[in-house]
Design a protein around this ligand. Sequence first.
Ligand SMILES: Cc1cc2nc3c(=O)[nH]c(=O)nc-3n(C[C@H](O)[C@H](O)[C@H](O)COP(=O)(O)O)c2cc1C
Length: 183
Amino acid sequence: MKIILAVVGSPRRNGNTHILVSKIAEGARANSAVVEELFLGDFTIRECDGCHVCWKMEECIKNDDMQAIYPRIIQSDVIIFGTPVYWYGPTALMKGLIDRFVYFNCPQNREKIRGKSAVIAVPFEEDNAETARPVVEFFQKCLDYLEINLLGKIIVPGVSTRGEIRHKTERLEEAYELGRSLA
Ligand SMILES: Cc1cc2nc3c(=O)[nH]c(=O)nc-3n(C[C@H](O)[C@H](O)[C@H](O)COP(=O)(O)O)c2cc1C
């Protein structure tokens, strides 16, 4: 049984990212995966300031919600990273989370994440698929560096208002099938 961590990196609840990530989660649950949703806007994640104590002590000393999130990352088999495009990048919430993955860059902690799998889910307003390229490359490079396998991606252009993605039924079906394939 797969354990999946579904990260919603948009601060907008019931927005396009939330719906897209939930659809992937729904597909995974239909195939018996255990899925936990992490709505990043609910958490306080301070910026990584490069103190690198985590490399010496195997622990991050920042007293914030990452202390509860690290174990959830570590126990998961697959992580769904969902973020809308914000100024041709991921949201600050998502970037803040990924910055804290520096914790996994020392040999002792790398063992805790090496070989996991991930998918990315990226909705955005413009109709040009090129708009998402920097975000996709950001994840490709970070995941590659972290030795996490990128299994798939759902990129959805042309959605702007909250929940507009509900009209993109084919893309949501694609998201559901991606979820099923993860379990
Ligand atoms: C701060 C901010 C920056 C944005 N930057 C872009 C952008 O560079 N390109 C784009 O196509 N859409 C951009 N958008 C639009 C969002 O990507 C779009 O509305 C998306 O569907 C929001 O997803 P959500 O409902 O999950 O928050 C931006 C929106 C905000 C609030």
